[in-house]
Design a protein around this ligand. Structure first.
Ligand SMILES: *Cc1c(COP(=O)(O)O)cnc(C)c1O
Length: 749
């Protein structure tokens, strides 16, 4: 990009009387004129993902272009505060961790100069916008394009036709440049062409509890997969014509979870159409595809009914059956036992459905988990047979986050401190952060860090006052649990701990209690009954606590609405304590934990996901680890876990948990609280009581919170721990993750 010319042009731009939206579009469009995608080298990697949780692109793109500061100054001269663009909606074309990871990976691919091309869906509506009414979550449509979409270019001439048995739709690409050492492209497809097409790129994860809903999901997944495959083939043919011998040598395709797994039968279908035999097409597929697993939760492992597939994608269904036959053939040849054959089967007889994970596992050249422990668990529990026969296919790539967004952009104050201590290179070479370890005992550095934290906290609390209407004073420990609402993430356990703190405070049980605030942020899937109940319950607890003038100088809570990437940027910079308390074994990695760590929050959490690697790097003594380890949870799951017994040992907890049913709080007859109580004490048809082992860990969790509370009394001592976390977060850059993918999986560079 020619920065000088862009800045000259910007200086000439007339800003008079234009509102935020107009300015946003004009400045962005001007920048776009000077951005040019890099040449594609011979071998490229393609990243297929049903979600890209991009967040706000304006600041990030200007930052990557290296003009953010200059633009800010030019605007200031013209009387415009660059913060004005905070009005512009985030592009929330994703749900949570998986989608944000995809966005960080795109960012890092460009930053480190790897040819990485993203493929996704340009949803008309992103993840719903959240509000609370009387503490209940309400969902509003997220019309993110109402501000325009100046950072994308519609590529009319590169549209394709995607065919279903009962309809044809056009897939029109919108290209977003991803700026760094290279300029890569994130290509998002919009479905057009007839009145039903719009639905396919309508919303992210439409409800799939009806047959119609399931069909729509299949259509979305196939739409993404077929568009991407069509594009990769077309690019290839431009260079090589109809000679497909080099296809695998020149292309690597990463399947981000199972949603894009239809890309496998689709590639085979297309290659057959081009004249290849099924077997040579299969061989190519086996070299090209790689699969990232993101979860071991059984409800998230996709299966598609053969009946539904036959209805709208008969050819794809046939090819999946052929792959099933091939898998059985290879498995027999490789000596899989009959049980192993059943476990790895692509077609599952008992369900009359295809297992998308097994399809991916059979075809993938490499399969990876997203943190060390998770990669071990998938070998030990999920893909046991495949690992026994093909250990060479398994890799680990621990997740990472882009330090440019999550540190440089989110926390300019801490960035300035880093620049002063260790120089500027950490933006590009995050390992440089290690140098900060030389200063973590330095009193001046610690004291500057305390100032930075205080300032970020003040900014956040000021924003919260504006956005949520709750005033919280800054002299408090800020504990934060922000992430999607899910039972396994155990926000409910934090709620119990918070309520217990309140009761103990009321009873005068603490001599010295450092004032604290608990911050929650989370969206629940609209149809997830329990998650919605947990939101309501937390809001009820917060209402009680905040209104109590006897204790609210010591303890408060806030549940921020509309938690998204931009909110996350503010929260991770300000928090003192990062709550990462999932049931051991269930959080594949987490990436929120890394964002907090970089910004100098200590982790208060379980030995799960990347928390393990975080404390390994930063030291257990600088973090607060509690609760059952994976091995213990596995034992408890086998039998002998008796939640009511745990509860009865502690009358204090009994009192807390019973507030779900004893009338302390009301869910206004919705039945949420009773159902939550039953899920913990009786269980349900599909699970034993306290499925996520809250009662096992609750007391230990509480003790850990109190340890933080006591340690924080010595601010310098506590800040030194926090600084140690920043200094040792150097492994958690997504630049490192992407380089590992490039070496171990894509074999690029
Ligand atoms: C990072 C991030 C997540 C993932 O958080 P986890 O704690 O790893 O689950 C979810 N949502 C948003 C908006 C994020 O920025």
């Amino acid at each position: 990009m020619d920065r000088v010319i862009f800045l000259q042009e910007l200086r000439k731009l007339d800003l008079q009387g234009k509102d935020a939206k107009r300015l946003y579009n004009e400045i962005s469009s001007l920048a776009m004129k000077y951005i040019q995608a890099s040449e594609k080298p011979k071998r490229c990697a393609h990243y297929l993902s049903i979600e890209f949780l991009i967040g706000r692109v304006f600041y990030n793109n200007l930052l990557e272009l290296g003009v953010l500061k200059e633009v800010s100054e030019i605007l200031k001269e013209k009387g415009v505060n660059i913060a004005l663009f905070e009005e512009i909606e985030d592009a929330a074309l994703g749900n949570g961790g998986l989608g944000r990871l995809a966005a960080c990976y795109m960012d890092s691919g460009a930053a480190v100069g790897i040819p990485l091309y993203g493929y996704g869906i340009r949803y008309k509506y992103g993840l719903f916008r959240q509000t609370f009414e009387d503490g209940f979550q309400k969902e509003l449509p997220d019309d993110w394009q109402r501000f325009g979409d100046p950072w994308s270019i519609r590529k009319e001439e590169e549209k394709q036709i995607i065919r279903f048995a009962d309809m044809e739709v056009e897939a029109v690409p919108y290209d977003m440049p991803v700026i760094g050492k290279r300029v890569n492209v994130l290509r998002l497809y919009q479905a057009e062409g007839n009145k039903d097409a719009g639905k396919i790129s309508g919303v992210l994860y439409p409800p799939d509890d009806t047959e119609e809903g399931k069909l729509l999901r299949i259509r979305q997944e196939y739409f993404l997969s077929a568009s991407a495959i069509g594009d990769v083939i077309r690019e290839y043919e431009k260079r090589r014509g109809n000679d497909y011998r080099y296809f695998a040598e020149e292309n690597s395709i990463q399947l981000n979870d199972t949603h894009p797994v239809f890309a496998i039968p689709e590639l085979i279908r297309v290659l057959k159409e081009k004249g290849l035999t099924y077997h040579s097409a299969l061989k190519i597929a086996k070299q090209v595809f790689n699969y990232t697993n993101h979860t071991i939760l059984p409800e998230a492992l996709e299966h598609w009914d053969v009946r539904l597939l036959k209805k709208i994608l008969p050819e794809i269904s046939e090819i999946l059956l052929s792959i099933n036959t091939s898998a059985r053939y290879y498995h027999r040849k490789d000596g899989y036992t009959p049980q192993e054959s059943v476990a790895t089967s692509i077609y599952i007889h008992s369900r009359r459905a295809f297992s998308m994970a097994n399809t991916a596992v059979f075809i993938a050249n490499k399969i990876n988990g997203v943190a060390a422990i998770h990669s071990e668990i998938i070998k030990r529990e999920l893909f046991v047979a495949e690992y026994a026969h093909h250990p060479e296919k398994f890799e680990n790539v621990t997740n990472g986050v882009a330090q440019r967004r999550w540190l440089e952009l989110a926390n300019p104050e801490l960035s300035a401190l880093l620049d002063k201590q260790i120089g500027h290179d950490w933006r590009e070479h995050f390992q440089e952060l290690d140098k900060l370890n030389a200063y973590t005992a330095n009193e001046d550095t610690i004291s500057e860090f305390i100032q930075v934290k205080g300032k970020k906290k003040e900014q956040l609390l000021c924003y919260i006052e504006k956005a949520e209407g709750i005033r919280i004073d800054g002299n408090r420990i800020l504990y934060a649990q922000v992430k999607r609402l899910h039972e396994y993430k155990r926000q409910l356990m934090t709620a119990f701990a918070l309520l217990r703190l309140y009761y103990d405070l009321k009873e005068g049980k603490f001599r010295d209690f450092t004032p604290s605030v608990f911050l929650f942020g989370a969206k629940s899937a609209p149809s997830y009954f329990r998650a919605k109940g947990i939101i309501k319950y937390i809001n009820e607890i917060i209402k009680l606590i905040n209104a109590d003038s006897e204790t609210n100088d010591k303890l408060m809570g806030v549940f921020v609405t509309e938690y998204n990437v931009s909110y996350a940027e503010k929260i991770v910079a300000a928090a003192d304590v990062s709550l990462q308390v999932s049931t051991a074994g269930l959080e594949a990695s987490g990436t929120g934990n890394m964002k907090f760590m970089m910004n100098g929050a200590v982790t208060l959490g379980t030995m799960d996901g990347a928390n393990i690697e975080i404390v390994e790097k930063a030291g257990e003594e600088n973090n607060y680890i509690f609760g059952a380890r994976v091995e213990e949870i596995e034992e408890l799951r086998k039998g002998g876990y008796d939640p009511p017994c745990h509860l009865n040992k502690h009358p204090e907890w009994n009192k807390v948990v019973r507030t779900l049913i004893d009338g302390t709080f009301s869910d206004e007859g919705a039945g949420y609280f009773r159902e939550l109580y039953d899920s913990l004490t009786i269980g349900a048809s599909w699970h034993k009581p306290d499925h996520y082992f809250i009662f096992r860990d609750l007391e230990e969790y509480y003790r850990a919170i109190l340890r933080v509370n006591a340690d924080y009394q010595n601010k310098t001592y506590f800040a030194a721990k926090q600084l140690k976390n920043t200094a040792n977060s150097y492994s958690f850059s997504s630049d490192r993750s992407i380089k590992e993918y490039a070496q171990k999986i894509w074999r690029i560079n």
